[in-house]
Design a protein around this ligand. Structure first.
Ligand SMILES: Nc1nc2c(c(=O)[nH]1)N[C@H]1C(S)=C(S)[C@@H](COP(=O)(O)OP(=O)(O)OC[C@H]3O[C@@H](n4cnc5c(N)ncnc54)[C@H](O)[C@@H]3O)O[C@H]1N2
Ligand code: MOO
Length: 402
């Protein structure tokens, strides 16, 4: 599944040795890292999916109308279906969903009819209630210039395009497909994502005690996964125990494994060594951005991707938007789209030779943010990717906070 982009040994940056003959590229620029994650992900196989379960998936083949819409001739107004000249003798009533009856409407007769009801054969027009009245069982009025009849196929005929390949199945695409008689669509299988939350100090519920922190990653990763069209399956908290992390990496049966923490050089940071031992291929190992520079993307020999998010929460969010989101979107079959740009104003300490990723409010003003606190990103909603030659007021690429 993965593609070795630069197969060469790391010259010795963070993470130390990579036993097991693991190869990897040197630290990448932020735009290259984003593009690498996106391009490494080829769409997963397409499968025939019930329309009702396809929302959020990407179409691998166009959806076309299979049955005319409407499927049968019906009344466009509540009133009387009539044949021949009036006045018309009322001989029955047809509501939507009830059969029109065997009888053919003969000249001079009428049936009371509801909007959407099957028209009796022989109907020449529908006269709305407001254009007629009934006296002694006779409808009195005149057929107007409009017949108020909807013919089968008036709205849509078989073969008409409902949605092209590559389109995300929205609720409206699904509704249009069902309306047009499609029960199944061919859609890419959405990638599944497991989250491994590492760290002895991380707790997943309750109030942290001394030295502990509350997990902030699971909800963010689940949201980024869902937004990119993936299925978040599970979050597991793991202590800083290499055997447990190795076992979890080995058994996670999902297309993508996200690991928070353990990305750096500390005594309890085992991920890089374990991926080396597993002969993973590094696609990205370290990115020229602040925060989030220790982030990485690797592919295991069986094709499963591992996304490594640095433990500092804002750095981890930046990494999820840099590597996880484009990866999941690509696996889900979403066609690449350019990132939005916006004009941003204010001041920031730029990173020579790399990018600084800074929260930006709706007014376009930059906000200061360190690698830990998430409050500025939460208030901002958007992150600006500032290159080292950025100047106040210049437009930049932006990322949307989940
Ligand atoms: N010698 C070096 N030390 C560090 C470097 C470096 O290059 N050389 N990089 C620093 C940077 S930058 C970051 S970011 C962190 C990355 O650390 P890890 O990914 O190994 O993560 P931990 O050490 O486990 O934790 C760091 C920090 O984040 C907190 N954390 C971890 N997981 C969670 C979670 N699920 N929810 C909330 N907070 C979490 C953890 O408690 C630590 O405070 O390394 C620097 N060091
Ligand atoms: O990824 Mo670290 O921020 O640069 O804390």
């Amino acid at each position: 599944m993965g593609e070795v982009l630069v197969a060469r040994r790391h010259p010795g940056g963070h993470g130390g040795d990579t036993p097991g003959g693991c190869t990897h590229p040197v630290q990448m620029s932020w735009p290259d890292a984003y593009a690498t994650a996106r391009d490494a992900a080829k769409p997963l196989p397409a499968e025939l999916t019930p329309v009702v379960a396809a929302t959020g998936r990407v179409l691998a083949a166009a959806v076309r109308c299979e049955r005319p819409v409407p499927a049968f001739d019906n009344a466009a107004m509540d009133g009387y279906a009539v044949a021949g000249d009036g006045p018309w003798a009322v001989c029955g009533r047809v509501l939507a969903g009830s059969p029109a009856g065997a009888a053919v409407l003969r000249a001079g007769t009428a049936v009371e009819i509801a909007t959407g009801a099957l028209l009796p054969a022989g109907t020449e027009a529908v006269i709305p209630y407001e254009d007629c009245w009934v006296e002694d069982g006779l409808v009195i009025g005149a057929v107007g210039t409009r017949r108020h009849i909807r013919r089968a196929g008036d709205a849509l005929s078989p073969g008409t395009l409902i949605a092209p390949a590559g389109r995300i199945v929205t609720a409206t695409v699904a509704a249009a497909a069902l309306q047009a008689g499609a029960e199944h669509v061919l859609a890419y299988r959405p990638p599944t994502v497991t989250m491994l939350v590492t760290g002895d100090e991380v707790i997943t519920d309750g109030t942290p005690g001394p030295g502990q922190v509350r997990d902030t990653f699971t909800g963010l990763v689940a949201a980024v996964t869902a937004r990119a069209g993936g299925g978040f399956t599970l979050s597991r908290r793991l202590p800083d125990e290499p055997d447990l992390l190795a076992a979890a990496l080995g058994t996670a049966g999902t297309d993508v494994i996200v690991v928070s923490g353990s990305s750096s050089a500390g005594a309890a940071d085992h991920l890089h060594r374990l991926l080396g031992a597993a002969t993973a291929t590094w696609l990205v190992r370290g990115v020229g951005c602040r925060p989030g520079h220790p982030q990485a993307l690797a592919v295991l020999p069986d094709g499963r991707f591992v996304v490594s998010l640095p433990g500092n929460p804002y750095a981890g969010l930046v990494a999820a938007l840099t590597l996880l989101e484009p990866l999941v979107a690509g696996l889900a079959g979403r066609p690449p789209t350019g990132l939005p740009t916006a004009t941003v104003t204010g001041r920031a300490t730029l990173m020579p030779g790399g990018v600084r990723i800074v929260p930006v409010g709706p007014d376009g003003d930059l906000t200061a943010a360190g690698p830990v606190g998430l409050h500025a990103a939460a208030a901002a909603g958007t992150l600006a990717v500032l290159p080292d030659d950025w100047a106040d007021g210049k437009p930049v690429v932006t990322l949307t906070v989940p």
